[in-house]
Design a protein around this ligand. Structure first.
Ligand code: PEP
Length: 244
């Protein structure tokens, strides 16, 4: 039985005052679904201290454990600061920092070495969808971004169509179902039935309280990765409730 996961990605938003949102999530985090907030790195240590029932994650890590990488942060540092998860291969990292599938896979290995669960993001651009390449793109990203030692506890996969992130545009439930069913089948083929059926598959892209229930009813959707609507507890809590 896969535990549902509501993951919030604060991106480059939030200073100390934003940590109040964690207090406001405590009640809803008592429910069946796991609740995770990924604040900016500067807030992780403080967030972990007052996170209560909410898990804390990073938004990226370097593929090396330490070294001469000015401005970067390692998986071990995230773990040391109190994080339990890390988002990897978000489309904004892939676009802004040129991250390849291979680099994402190395980062996943680093995350696992540090004891973190990797939330590996995949998703097609609008151009790729409109030219009928969605499943090819997702298949290639899964093949390249996931190392061989994936388990149901060390990895979560987030399907995030690039064109749906921060745009208010959401795929139809049929489109989400098509990709999630494809991802599950792809994972079964590579990792075997037992591992693959335990891996949680999140949908991400303009999830809000108003569309969450419909999205969560889609086959093989085990939760959401939420950007904008995770910044305020008053927006995020109803999304968690829809999963509970
Ligand atoms: C995201 O960036 O992972 C995301 C899903 O953003 P939003 O919910 O704002 O579309």
């Amino acid at each position: 039985m896969r535990r549902k996961l509501a993951a919030g990605n604060w991106k480059m938003n939030g200073t100390t005052a934003a940590l109040e949102e964690l207090d406001a999530l405590q009640e809803v985090a008592e429910g069946a679904a796991e609740v995770l907030i990924c604040p900016p790195s500067t807030l992780i240590a403080q967030a972990a201290v007052r996170s209560g029932k909410v898990a804390i994650g990073g938004q990226d890590c370097h593929s090396a454990a330490s070294g001469a990488h000015t401005g970067d942060i390692s998986a071990l540092m995230l773990r040391d600061a109190g994080a339990t998860h890390v988002i990897l291969g978000h489309s904004e990292r892939r676009a802004d920092h040129g991250e390849s599938d291979a680099l994402v896979a190395y980062k996943a290995l680093a995350a696992w070495d540090a004891g973190l669960t990797a939330i590996v993001c995949v998703g097609e651009t609008l151009e790729q969808r409109e030219s009928g390449k969605t499943l090819d793109v997702i298949g290639k990203q899964l093949a390249g971004s996931l190392p061989d030692d994936v388990t149901a506890s060390n990895t979560v996969i987030a399907y995030e169509p690039v064109w749906a992130i921060g745009t208010g545009k959401v795929p139809t439930t049929d489109q989400i179902a098509e990709v999630h069913t494809f991802m599950r089948a792809t994972l079964v083929q590579r990792f075997g039935n037992e591992t693959a059926t335990g891996i949680r598959l999140l949908y991400g892209g303009s999830v809000k309280a108003t569309n969450a229930t419909e999205i969560f009813a889609v086959v093989d959707v085990d939760g959401a990765l939420v950007g904008g609507a995770s910044l305020k507890a008053s927006d995020f809590a109803p999304i968690v409730t829809a999963l509970n």
